[in-house]
Design a protein around this ligand. Sequence first.
Ligand code: ADP
Ligand code: MG
Length: 497
Amino acid sequence: MSAFTPTEEQQVVIDILLNSQRLKVVAGAGAGKTETLKQCATRLASKKVLYTAFNRDIVKAGSGKFPKNTNCFTSHKLAYDAVAKPYVNRLNESGRMPWRVKAEVLGITEGVKITRSQFLGAGTLAGLVSEGVENFCRGSEAEIDWHHLPKIDGLHKSQNYQLRTMLLPYAKRYWEDLRRTDAQGGGRMPFTPNHFRKIWQLGEPILPYDVVLLDEAQDTAEVFMDVVRRQSAQTVLIGDTAQSVNEWAGATNAIEHFNAPELRLTRSFRFGVEVAEEGNKWLSLLRTDMRITGTGHSRVGDVPNPTAVLTRTNGEAVRQLMLAQDAGLRVGLAGGKARTEITQLCRAADDLKRGKGTWVKALMAFTYWDELQQYAEDEARDLLPFVRMVDTCGTDTIRSALKNLVTVDRADRVISTAHVSKGLEFRRVKIGEDFTEPVDEHGSPIDPTTQDIKLAYVAVTRAMQELELGGLAWINDRLPGRARGNPVLPTSDSAGR
Ligand SMILES: Nc1ncnc2c1ncn2[C@@H]1O[C@H](COP(=O)(O)OP(=O)(O)O)[C@@H](O)[C@H]1O
Ligand SMILES: [Mg+2]
């Protein structure tokens, strides 16, 4: 039995699910999605239920909460149980293989020159091929193709195309190697969970369940959505389409494309009506009539002592964490990936300052620091905050700030990029300064992209009690009736890529 009385909307979801084959539920931030699914599972006591999500942490958080008739499994676990057997020798052996050796196995014998001064070695090329195979494994397509291979920032479109088509035969070879079963002599490339999930999806599996509950469905990659779509079991997708901010290859907005009647959960238990209103400003810019309501009150205004600062870029995250450390606070950085990326950027900055190019993938196309400075000014504005931090305080200072971080649970203040903050909540949130108003080259306001709107929505809806808009305050000049220029209207092609 649940401790809560379901809201009217939650009750409708529970009642309708009992009698419908397919259903999708679009929910606001903190609207009790998992709680509602749990109550659905409880009502379906005589059925065999699967609770799943694309993200392992979500499934982990859910397991233990659900009744006995429900298995809480990730897509990787489902795939492993179904397809691992013919590959068991290799799974036991799979370990690290140096890139140089991978290149040899793939038959990449030499490197290529990509710019006048930049040369990619065979091992680096094997790394790009491997990334291409990973991208392919997140999608639903049957064949690997050139567009699965990664682009290198700073190279022209035609140069990237040339490089990607050049690498395609090696990616095909990689995939063939992975598919070779033990009985066929086995392949040599190490296996990852994504590889066998892809093999599983291509076999068009039928899941042995009466009901499939897919949580946080907006983040489900196509490889798993393809499996879910094929099921004849009763299927519920629940999630928040306004929070689909992960843009990696293979991810599509699974909920929007799922053909089923739509219900909504609009009341949030995370925050009060004032924060809900901030969320609604951004929802009004999306092509949706979805709006959220809060529970009780929260405050929007200055937040002098935030428990979290949410930034758009790693560069602003670095600035904010140094500011907080200077103020004597114990500071945590959310998400291991942010720390790795910042460390890599520092390394790349050092390499480029020595004029030696860098093998840090995002910046491979550059040789000198001033080339990168220019590129950040002209094209990659999200790199600019980091470039400025390096120019003002140097990479050693940034590294020592990283060393002084504490774990998030012991921190007085958590710094997080908005991307990483998805799924988290904080009592007092301040938005970083790098969410600047979108303008054209003459400084005139332009519409934010769909991705930017969604990211802003995620950021403001992390706050439980207090919210300071920081770099997002410009939204108040743009709303109809208070227009500085034209009110922002979403356009069909504003989906940012
Ligand atoms: N009907 C309800 N009444 C009171 N509190 C609720 C209700 N539904 C959910 N909650 C609470 O709201 C919070 C968020 O619920 P959860 O299911 O984790 O949300 P989500 O999965 O959408 O993030 C939890 O603390 C949960 O116990
Ligand atoms: Mg949940």
